[in-house]
Structure formats: structure tokens, C-alpha cells
Ligand binder design. Sequence first.
Ligand code: ATP
Length: 406
Amino acid sequence: MAAFLELRGVTKKFGDFTALNDVSLEIRRGEIFSLLGPSGCGKTTLLRVCAGFEQPDAGRVILDGHDITDLPPNRRRLNTIFQSYALFPHLTVRENIAFGLRVARRPAAEIKREVGQTLALMQLEEHADKRPALLSGGQKQRVAVARALINKPEILLLDEPLAALDLKLRQRMLVELDNIHDEVGITFIFVTHDQGEAMSISDRIAVMHEGRVEQIGTAAEIYEAPRTSFVAAFIGDTNFFDGQVLGPDTNPDYCQLAIEGFTDIISFNDKRLPTGQLAHLSIRPEKFRISRNPPPPDPFLNRISGTVEEIIYQGTHTNFWVRAGEYRVAVRQPHSRFKLDQEIITWKDAVWLSWHADDGCMLEQYRADDESLLSLPDPDDAHPAPGGTTGTTPPAASGRQRGIAT
Ligand code: ATP
């Protein structure tokens, strides 16, 4: 599908600091596209460049085939909704929505007609004469969107609109925002540092880090097939293993991988990394199976042995930390069956971890500091698990501490 909004090589500096570094991306008409990344990675700056509040030092912004880089914000047909909506508390819903048209000195009849249509579209008619203080969070969000829509934007830019809300309300508002998007059908660009928000609402996500776009894809693509260690560690949880390609398998889609302390590791090699190449294997905790008995023979099933160091029962699943050679491996076992009927695995048990060759993701680009995104559980959080498992904190383990956030 052709790009609707396109950024070509956009760079933005503040003094010596590069907030956006050669960013290129394409956003499709009608999609919800999220900019996701940690604080300071440049999300808001990117949004402000799209809106025209910031002028890039290099690069172009193209909207529907037209170069809008040098247009002022009011001529761009993009509207921004800021955190906490910034509604005028002393004006009614109707007056809030009409505000932009009044400032533009549009004729009274036109304002009345447009406001009436927008109130109907956003299902706000019965609230038209209320002030914002009397509205629920969802209704306020609708007013903010209505106030932006009345300017007939082609794209809505939403800058962390839910950041100030508590978790439950945020989840409700997200559903509401998705409904609004379905109703109005225009393109949404959504800025958030919350991966859960981005993953639940977006058609596609750009993961940003230090002014660059690291990966663009659907939620499933960036979770299942991260391209860099930053994406692997920032989206969800993972384990990293250092490896080297030993050579292709008999099936060329796979390769043998040397990982210190483990033997006969086979991995899907979609990037066709050559023999001798250093590679870093990222395996999500839920991709492992944990068992006391050796897993059944299968040429595509990798197996390593280890000792359980820590267990945290969490209702829907249990998190295990298993010492295997120099690695501390995070494992998540979902309780798809009645937990108390499942094999009981407890602290200090000798266990097998197994994973399918397709379930590891080989990364070429790897930065050790991305591991700082992965944190071990706070020992104080450990608590007894039912069925005989215990959440005892083990003595400090030696060697590398590669683990995950819970
Ligand atoms: P947050 O989630 O915290 O808002 P962000 O990803 O939206 O972060 P930006 O607001 O785009 O990040 O800022 C990116 C970097 O650029 C930050 O280090 C910020 O301090 C810096 N920055 C942004 N605007 C300015 C400015 N006007 N002058 C100087 N530095 C700025």
C-alpha cells in the first residue's frame, strides 16, 4: 500500500544533541501507527516535526504525495491531541468543539452546522451543554477528538493521551480510542512509551531508540521476530545467549550454533548467517518447556539441563529462573491445565529446558547495554507458590546474570 505520510531522512538537532537521526518511515492511510520507545528517544520530536511545530535540520515530510516540510502547522491538516486533552474547563462541550472555528472567524451558521455534525458523529449530543468537569474520562477523550476532528484533519497525532490516567481507565480509554478510530476512519499516529498500549491498539509500530527507528512492524512481528537486541529486550522479556554459527544444517533454513556450555544447538537461520559469524540468540521465556524428565528426541528440539534457582507463581503462569552453565535462564510456564495436576517442580530441582529451533531469534546487531533493560526480580517479591513450589531466594549466583523482568 502506498505511503500516506512519509518521512524521508529526517534529522533534528537541539544544539549538539541529535534528537532524530536520519529517520525514514511510511505511514499508511487509515492505520493506527504507534511511535514506541523509552523516554527521550525522540517520539514527541518526531510527532512535532510531522505537525510542523519543529523544523527538521535535514529530510522531508511528505503528506499524500505533497512535500509539507516547509508548511506552517495550521496549513498541514494534521491535528494534535495532547496529554490530558487540554480542554477549556470554563467552556461547555459545544463551545470547546467550536473553539477552533470561532478563532478562524468562520460564519456562525457554518460553526453551528459543523459542531452539530461533530457532536452527532462522536455521540456527544446529550452532553453538549455540560462543562468538562461533569464528563467521564471517556467522554472527555471524545470531546478532545471532536475538537480536533472539526478542523477536518487527515491525520490525528496523539501524544501520550493516556499517560496521566490510572491503569484501569487507560485500558478502557484504549478500547474507546480504537472505537473512535473505527468510526472516523482517519489515520492516527499514537505516541507512547507503554508497549502494552502500543501492542493492543496499533496496526503497526515503530520502535524508537536514541533518535532512530530500530524496527517497524505489527505487534506480532516485533515481538516474535525482533531485529535488534534493543527491540528484543524492550518489547516483552527475553534471554540472550552468545553463539557462533558452526555451519548450515542439512536443511539450509537452519544452522548449528555453538553456545558455550551447551551442545547440539540448532536454530532457524532466516538471515542465512554464514559459518563463523557471531550471533546472539534471543529466546522468549514462554518458548521454553521445563521438565524434570528429558524431553523426547526430536532433531528440531534443543535441550539444556540446569538447576532451578527461583520460582514465582503468578496465577496464570509460573516464572522460573534456571541456572544452566553460565546463564540464568528465565522461563515462563503457562498454566493451561489445572496447575495442581501439573508436574511439580521446585527450587534446586535438576530440570531440562527445551525449545524448538524455530522459537529462537538470531540477532546480528547486539549491544550488551540492552541487557540493562532486563532486570532480575526483586528477591522481596518472591512468595510461596501452591502445589509445593517455593519462591525461596537462592544465594547470589555467579557468572552472567542474564534474566528478564517479570
Ligand atoms: P518522553 O516520552 O519523555 O516525552 P520522547 O521520546 O517523546 O520522550 P522527546 O520529547 O522527543 O522524547 O525528546 C528527545 C530528546 O530531545 C530528549 O533528550 C529531549 O531532552 C530533547 N529535546 C526535546 N525538545 C528539546 C528542545 N526544545 N530543546 C532541547 N532539547 C530538546
